[in-house]
Design a protein. Sequence first.
Length: 457
Amino acid sequence: MEYTFLVVVKESVTQNRSRLLWPLLLGWLALAVAAVVIALPNEEDDLTERAESALATAGISATVDFNGRDATLDGNLTPGDEERALEIVRNLRGVRQADWETPVQASPTLPPATTTTTAPSGDTTTTAGQASTTTAPGEFDPRLTATLNRGALTLGGAIPSAEAAAQVAGVADLVYGPFVTNDLAVDETLTALPWVPNAANLMAVLPIVGDAELSVNGTKATLTGSAGTEEKKAQLEAAIGAALGPEVRLVSSIDVTNLEPPVYLAQAPGDGTVTLSGTMPDQAAIDLIAGAAVDAFGADNVTNDMTIGTGIDTTFSIFRIPLTFAQFRPIPEWELRIEDDVISGNVRGGATFDFGSAELTPELRTLLDTGAGILLRNPSVLMTIEGHTDSVGSDSFNLALSEARAQAGADYLIARGVQAERLFPVGFGETQPIADNDTAEGRRQNRRLEFVLGPPS
């Protein structure tokens, strides 16, 4: 009996422990599963961000989606870059597997079913059935690539709108011409996503930084490059994000160099000479600018006082300055200043209006194109357009005429893509002559537009 009693006690204790242990085990298991389920989306987001950042650092434009710890890459790359991208993602901590997105294969296309009937004359008629195919997801997404390198722009991809493509080409020529390689195609079978009509705005804002590469594929976009300051980086990201819209997911990897912008001043006082001063990043930049000035005005008419500074950024403006000399050569008096990455200055004389007219002459349109390029490259810059007349006519007539001339200049810039709120047309009538109104030549010079980079003073 004693032995039997002891056995019964042990069995009872064991059963009681089992009854207590199972609820504890089940509760712990439920908590573990819940923790994994809750943490999984955050882990996927973290892996996506780390993977795309690593690719962007390596100069590879691709998007990455995670299902748990398994990655799927998407992008238009060469076979070599595809392999390099896979290796980078697979080597990241937490990644189990990585593969490129495989397009859904089209269903095998069978020969159309046919029915052949032989007519009494011996002719045959054939009726064909309809064959169907399956397209890959994303196959009809519009694509756009834009690479800015040392002042030159290279465009690629395909979009569905001929009008948007023409706008892109127009802005590219204004901002980057003649250093543009445009391989952007028009494919009307592609989906007209909301960002396509704004594609030209993407081109206009890239020069906020020195070098940049933008790749847009459907509703995904990557942005790489370098910026001198965090402020410039934020400006570019905000401008690109606004142009793309909320439908596009933008992944940005802009490096901040913490370099200072160059300082530049060019002055043409009206006697045919030009004086250059400022601080540049290297001798190559100085030679590039001074050489262009000499080509336009002659070695005897150019004074070069530019120097090399320490920690100076190679900004986009360095590669555009040389083009200004040929554009400003017909203009007697002008000044162009770049300081703290802000452009200011004024243009006076050269292109004029016909007597009593507010219609833009070809010379004035050329001058306005120069102003449009400056404004499109620098989206924070404002411009005052000043209209002037000669002394022939009443004060009230000349004031109204000068205002019409200023408005004609503003309307031309707006048609070239500049926002109206950045322009300030002002008429001064005959009150600010630059030449003698007693001579025909003096009156011609006074019938003019002047441009001041900045709001009215």
